[in-house]
Ligand binder design. Structure first.
Ligand SMILES: C[S@@+](CC[C@H](N)C(=O)[O-])C[C@H]1O[C@@H](n2cnc3c(N)ncnc32)[C@H](O)[C@@H]1O
Length: 269
């Protein structure tokens, strides 16, 4: 039988993201602290309509007496709207740059009910945590021993645990065609199967977001992690055009993107 937590470990190690971090000799936190995408992440999410419907699903579980634990909070795509409803949100975030972005937004919104734990999830001791009405971990799975990390999440969940992860970024063919890369990171199915093997069969919903990303922004994002040579640029534009993904609106170029997020939900009761 496949051991999904072992598969996760292997795939995590070999993932294109981890290989890139190793090549650059930086940690995940340093990426969010220093790279330009960190500053553009909120703008990107706004254009891409993230978190969209998933946020609505979480809000259904909250009332003014609820508490939330937001693991890998980043600049607060969930923390900020959830803090407007819940009595307290505890954000777990290892990157100082991300915490600064999050707290800037909290100040702008006049929110005083956000606590921050400046650590990686795997480095937090259970005694530092409480029990929270809902626990959310979205796109923050730089974790190796996933079984232990999921168990710790379940241990502090009062009602519902949400895991949000990639189902499809719709760009696999582009990475293959332009950079010759079979780009892959362990996706939602590993998390779902790990939970299942741990004895926690969860619900799952897949949400599709379609959006037009300014071509320049798409190029800037690719340039951060790839050597976008003149030749590669030519192949990229050719490929986007031949697959009908380039669009001109009022003289500006856009890339048609389609992204699928998976929301895994485990009800504790
Ligand atoms: C792509 S952002 C996601 C932010 C937010 N959860 C969202 O969905 O918009 C990833 C964030 O997760 C954090 N992260 C990654 N691995 C983590 C870990 N092991 N523990 C806690 N946070 C982590 C990163 O520092 C980064 O801020």
């Amino acid at each position: 039988m496949i051991d999904w937590s072992e598969e996760w470990k292997k795939h995590r190690e070999e993932s294109s993201w981890n290989r890139w971090l190793k090549e650059k000799a930086i940690s995940n936190e340093q990426y969010w602290d220093c790279y330009e995408f960190g500053d553009r992440y909120e703008e990107y999410n706004r254009i891409a309509g993230y978190p969209g419907t998933i946020l609505g699903r979480m809000l259904l579980h909250l009332d003014p007496s609820s508490t939330v634990l937001d693991i890998g909070a980043g600049p607060g795509a969930y923390t900020i709207p959830l803090a407007k409803v819940a009595s307290k949100v505890t954000a777990v975030e290892p990157s100082g740059g991300q915490i600064a972005r999050l707290m800037r937004r909290a100040d702008q919104e006049g929110l005083k009910n956000i606590d921050v734990i400046n650590k990686r999830w795997q480095d937090i001791d259970r005694s530092e945590l409480e029990t929270y009405t809902i626990v959310n971990a979205a796109y923050c799975f730089q974790m190796t021993d996933i079984k232990e990390d999921l168990q710790k999440m379940l241990d502090v969940t009062g009602k519902a645990l949400f895991l949000v992860s990639l189902a499809d970024h719709g760009f696999y063919d582009v990475y293959q065609k332009v950079f010759g890369e079979q780009r892959s990171d362990p996706d939602y199915i590993y998390l779902y199967n790990c939970l299942y093997q741990m004895g926690y069969p969860a619900n799952i919903e897949i949400f599709t977001r379609r959006y037009l990303l300014p071509l320049q922004m798409q190029l800037d994002i690719l340039k951060e992690t790839y050597d976008l040579t003149f030749k590669a640029m030519e192949v990229l534009l050719d490929h986007l055009s031949s697959t009908g993904r380039l669009e001109d609106e009022d003289g500006k170029d856009f890339v048609k993107r389609k992204h699928k997020d998976a929301m895994i939900l485990y009800h504790k009761d």
